[in-house]
Structures are given as C-alpha cells and as structure tokens.
Ligand binder design. Structure first.
Ligand code: SF4
Length: 191
C-alpha cells in the first residue's frame, strides 16, 4: 500500500490536468500515517504549504495541531490532505478544477481506508457529502455532527468541522471549534 501511495504521489507531482500546475511551487499530496483511522481533508494548499509541499503548516496548521492535541491525537496519528493538491492563489477552485483533482483524493481514501473522515470547511464538506450521498447543509449547521455511512465495502463515520482558517478570520469561532473537537474526541472515546 505504501508503494501504491508513492505511485499516486508521483502522479500528482507530474499532474497537469488543470491550470493550477502553472502556479504551484510544490504540490501538496498529504502526509501522516498510511494506516490512519482518521483522515482530515482541507481545501487546498495556501502560501506556506505551496512553498514546503506539506499540508497545514501555516497559522491554520498550527491551530489544527492544537485541535488534534485537544482531541488526544498527534499529527502523526492521522492522515492530513486536501481536496485540491496545487496552490490556490484565490482560495476558490472552479468546479472543473475540483472534478480534475478529486480522483486523487478518492484514491487516497481507497488506499488508506480511514474509518473517520473529517472534511474541514464548506468546500471539502460539500465534496464529501456529495460523494457519500449525505444531505448537504452549510458547515455552520453541520459542524461537529457525527454521521455514520455504509458503503458497499465498509462502514465509516463522517465528522464535518469548520476549517481552522475560519477561526483566524473570525476569532469568535475559535471557542466553538475547540468545543467541537473536544466533544468529537469524547464521543469517539466512548464508542
Ligand atoms: S490541482 Fe490537481 S488536477 Fe490540477 S494540476 Fe494540481 S494535481 Fe493536477
């Protein structure tokens, strides 16, 4: 499986399926445990991620690490990736770009087989809810909810969360996000 992930990573590094390859420095494939039970899915690389080729390394990444600690986890315990693999200069992928890039995410999900998928923010959440045919609502309504899904091959839990960058833009959200993460950890520990 490690080899399959490495092959997929190489495909992403060579990818020119949408014009975002032109503005990337390094594509951001994702990182973490190949056997992770929890997969976190953000939107796409920002300035710092594009420079280093790693997900969630800027201010939002610092907050994400804090949130994982609140939930009793470390970055190494989970797998962190995005729906878009190349730098998004305006933070808004087009529908065409999402369609071009998300087959890579789908393959990551198939290879890693997380039992808990946490989309972060509205766009990642919309993608995951549509993929698993869940009734969609804005993240403001869905954040922190724990939803079970069954696929042909497995069972999984979807937990939509605010993107940590939302708390940087609106500090009042920070406490809400922390409560979501603590409650999520308690619920998972009680299972
Ligand atoms: S954003 Fe995705 S589809 Fe577009 S060039 Fe990068 S890896 Fe390929």
């Amino acid at each position: 499986m490690k080899d399959d992930l490495s092959r997929l990573k190489k495909k992403v590094e060579d990818c020119r399926k949408c014009k975002l390859w032109k503005t990337r420095n390094k594509p951001v494939f994702g990182e973490g445990s190949d056997n992770a039970k929890i997969m976190l899915i953000g939107l796409g690389p920002g300035y710092h991620e594009n420079l280093g080729g790693r997900p969630f390394v800027g201010a939002a990444g610092k907050l994400l690490t804090e949130l994982l600690t609140l939930a009793g986890r470390q970055r190494e315990d989970v797998y962190i990736t995005n729906i878009m693999k190349c730098y998004l200069p305006n933070n808004r992928p087009t529908e065409k770009q999402i369609k071009a890039c998300t087959p890579y995410l789908n393959e990551q999900v198939e290879l890693i087989k997380p039992t808990i998928i946490m989309p972060l923010g509205n766009i990642a959440n919309r993608y995951i809810f549509n993929k698993f045919q869940l009734p969609l609502a804005p993240i403001g309504k869905l954040h922190g909810k724990i939803l079970s899904i069954s696929t042909l091959l497995s069972q999984a839990t979807i937990i939509p969360m605010y993107h940590p960058a939302a708390a940087l833009r609106n500090p009042r959200l920070k406490d809400i996000i922390k409560i979501d993460w603590k409650q999520m950890a308690q619920a998972l520990n009680n299972e």
